[in-house]
Ligand binder design. Sequence first.
Ligand code: ATP
Length: 436
Amino acid sequence: MERTYIKDVKTNAGKTVSLSGFAQTIRKQGGIAFLILRDITGTVQTLVLKSNAVAFQAVQDLSIESVVTITGLSKENTQAPNGIEVLIDTLEILSQAEPELPIPVDEKGESETNLDTRLDWRYLDLRKERNTLVFKVWSLMDKVFTDYLSEKGFIQIHSPKLMAAASESGAELFEVKYFDRKAYLAQSPQFYKQMAMAAGFEKVFEIGPVFRADPSFTSRHNTEFTGYDLELSFIKDHHDVMDVEESTIVEIITQIKKVYGDQIKSVFKRDLPIPSSRFPRIPFAEAKEILKGMGIKNEKPADLSPEEEKGIGEYAKEKFGSEFVFIVDYPFKGRAFYSMKYDNSDLSKTFDLLWNGLEITSGAQREHRYENLKQNIKEKGVDEESVRDYVNYFRYGCPPHGGLGAGPSRMIMKMLGLDNIREATYIYRGVKRLTP
Ligand code: ATP
């Protein structure tokens, strides 16, 4: 018999259905045994009467989280959750679970179990509706990001993750043994997406792994994470890049709200607002003044500290009613050598995007002028030899261009109101965690 997904049981009322999934809870009440069955589409109450002796016994012998297939009649019942239940005819055990679960699976709301223990048993932790929803939303976000940019003429690239040299600072590099020499894991696709600009691709994007040997233990850093990157040519300045990001994010949230808005509201208690298409853009120097006025300490003259990000996030919410805020025109001192400087200024054509007080993106117009780039390299004290291949991209014609790198795990955190990036990462990698 063909399988019916649990979400479709109701539309099959009056028919015999075959369901497969996990035995979430089992309860006996007089001559009836109840089994709540769960598949990836939801849960449903099933029940078996004592008169069906074989199935009745089988349900009682079943351990929770075992995997079963049942057949039975789908029937409406106003007493049952969601007004529907299935009267079991046959039950087949596909995989019996051991009776003692290391962590509970059937939990409503936030788990009481400590996060580290949950990560040890990630495959059990991920069975919860709350967690499957995180990755259904992420999957749709990837799709909208891909479709939206593809429709706008962006070409998807897959750049290598094994590198001969660093693309950002040397400090956060993972070194790997590469035959008889050393290689490094890519900290970003920065150089390769810019190479696509020199190659005349004009607009590219990539969704791929990013590695950072960052020895921090924060709730917003992974040592391996997924990056969203894009780069586009023939821009006027970094505002053109921000325009693309803005409209992409509005599209992502609109589509996610359409499909998962109700579930997000019920599970995460968040009525996801669709942002207006113009996010506020505050110059870095002005942001520092605002923060000073708010009494928040200025700890990093060329960047914002996490406290400052939070503060300016609150300001944007209050002043503009916006969960998003771009901070623009950072001091060149605090940005990468490939960022473009304003003429006769120590500021750069750069930006960060914050969502509810957390940085989710860094972007910039890049320096495409060969001589200026060499000057930047000198000024920053970058080892010229290590960036020789990169600098060569700009010798034979390269359009003005810019782009950004965003962190989808941080976007999911802020979209769903999660406290920790570990909750928004399928399998987390951190300083002390290389398993499961
Ligand atoms: P932060 O200052 O928060 O450490 P960063 O300035 O190092 O971030 P970028 O190198 O500009 O970040 O990376 C672009 C985006 O990638 C960030 O805005 C963020 O969304 C994401 N990102 C950066 N580092 C991490 C990390 N360690 N774990 C998860 N996401 C990250």
